[in-house]
Design a protein around this ligand. Structure first.
Ligand code: NDP
Length: 444
């Protein structure tokens, strides 16, 4: 048995009941096989893979808070500090009822390689809670965030661990978390990213993941002498990543005809009216079904199935494992040419393989959605310098970072004989830098 297979078996045995974590480790290890085989003796000598698949630390804690009826609620809180070889832990906080240790370990593990790919000095981490902000009052969300931070503040810091937003954690939540951190520590420092513009946030951070996704799609198309102009796109989700992916794709000439939330999807043959979606989702915190009140010619369909809509480009921007093999088969049958993951691991392993085998250009999330964390790192730089860069400056840096990620990913795939396999390329390019740093730093 090879080193990568051995490590995968060890991960499954030592981390029972963590299927998402197993899935993420398997995908990475499988695509690193050639690199690892080529350096097996050196890596085995220092147990490099054993150390890489084990988080440096997992903090788990209770989060008690009082709801609007005066009842005490208790949620679970976590921070997974996975790997700090190339910089302070960096990764989002997710507030969603599905959050558990397996999901946060998969996200934290992926984050190590994604952050490495950005070329910026940030390690990998992830955190969150099974708290559901949906349907809660602002006061309840504040009470929860304050209680969450009252425990978390002990383990984070501008040079130690810098959380950001993710599903269920947007500007409102980051504000409440930051306020409580400042109150407890007395420090006004860049300990969280995704902050508001008047209190240390960076321009473009809100747009960064969605814009970055479209920038890398543009690179993928340019490499085959094509462009976004005139393409029909489907973007799943209707949250932060999805909204700004639609905005940039539309600016670059594509027509986005469908979006969704966890209840259903909308189809608008004339192209999505993004002002309506922003009002529904960012202002009213409503459901995507309300879109037909703004655009009566659009069609709302309850339930799953957004992949049934014909498109050239499919950009999954909602959540993990949303696109399965059946969905991928429909996309291929309908002539879809490109899938790029705005969300983390939205495509199942079988679906990914099917898309690649059938000639669909496929970019994995750790490369395609890295624009968010990259711009978070730019926010950290501005906080350290006590400066704010203009929108144009940050956007230009984001564009360059996404071009570099595309180039590194394509190059790494080619070097190991997997030309055009961006899953392999992203994993290899991300791994090489972290492995080198871990080898240099000794057994820690
Ligand atoms: P948001 O909470 O802003 O939006 C998530 C969207 O996905 C919502 O529209 C939500 O609908 C929808 N959704 C969730 N679960 C499902 C489901 N099972 N089926 C269909 N739709 C669903 O999150 P973000 O936009 O921030 O994050 C989306 C993804 O992108 C996540 O995988 C996240 O990890 C990843 N990501 C985010 C980054 C960022 O900067 N924000 C950076 C890199 C990756 P509903 O309202 O019904 O729940």
């Amino acid at each position: 048995m090879g080193y990568t297979e051995e490590i995968y078996e060890r991960v499954v045995a030592k981390n029972p009941n963590e299927p998402e974590f197993h899935q993420a480790v398997k995908e990475v290890l499988d695509s690193l096989k050639d690199v690892i085989d080529a350096n097996e003796a050196a890596y085995r000598k220092v147990s490099l893979l054993e150390r890489m698949v084990e988080p440096e630390r997992i903090i788990s804690f209770k989060v008690p808070w009082v709801d609007d009826n005066g009842n005490v609620q208790v949620n679970k809180g976590y921070r997974v500090q996975f790997n700090s070889a190339i910089g302070p832990y960096k990764g989002g906080l997710r507030f969603h009822p599905s959050v558990n240790q397996s999901i946060l370990k998969f996200l934290g593990f992926e984050q190590i390689f994604k952050n490495s790919l950005t070329g910026l000095p940030i390690g990998g981490g992830k955190g969150g809670s099974d708290f559901d902000p949906k349907g809660k009052s602002d006061r309840e969300v504040m009470a929860f965030c304050q209680s969450f931070m009252t425990e978390l503040f002990k383990y984070i810091g501008a040079d130690e661990d810098v959380p950001a937003g993710d599903i269920g954690v947007g500007g409102r939540e980051i504000g409440f978390l930051y306020g409580q951190y400042k109150r407890i520590t007395g420090l006004y420092e860049g300990v969280l990213t995704g902050k508001g513009l008047t209190w240390g946030g960076s321009l473009v951070r809100t747009q960064a993941t969605g814009y970055g996704l479209v920038y890398i799609v543009n690179e993928m198309l340019a490499a085959v002498n094509d462009s976004l102009e005139g393409k029909t796109a489907v973007v799943t989700g209707s949250g932060n990543v999805a909204i700004y992916a639609v905005e940039k794709a539309t600016q670059l000439g594509a027509k986005v005809v469908a979006m969704c939330d966890s209840n259903g999807y909308i189809y608008d043959e004339n192209g999505i009216n993004l002002d309506a979606v922003k009002e529904i989702k960012e202002v009213k915190r409503g459901r995507i079904s309300e879109y037909v009140d703004y655009v009566p010619t659009a069609v709302y369909t309850a339930g799953k199935g957004i992949w049934n809509i014909n498109c050239d480009l499919f950009l999954p921007c909602a959540t993990q494992n949303e696109l399965d093999l059946d969905g991928a088969k429909v996309l291929v049958a309908n002539g879809c040419k490109l899938v790029a993951e705005g969300a983390n691991m939205p495509t199942t392993r079988e679906a990914t393989e099917y898309l690649k085998e059938n000639g669909v250009l496929f970019m994995p999330g750790k490369a395609a959605n890295a624009g968010g964390v990259a711009t978070s790192a730019l926010e950290m730089s501005q906080n350290s310098q006590r400066l704010s860069w203009t929108f144009e400056e940050v956007d230009a840096k984001l564009l360059q970072i996404m071009k570099d990620i595309y180039a590194k990913t394509a190059d790494a795939a080619k070097r190991y004989g997997h030309e055009g396999d961006f899953v392999a390329g992203a994993n290899i390019a991300g791994f090489e830098k972290v492995a080198e740093a871990m080898m240099a730093q000794g057994i820690v």
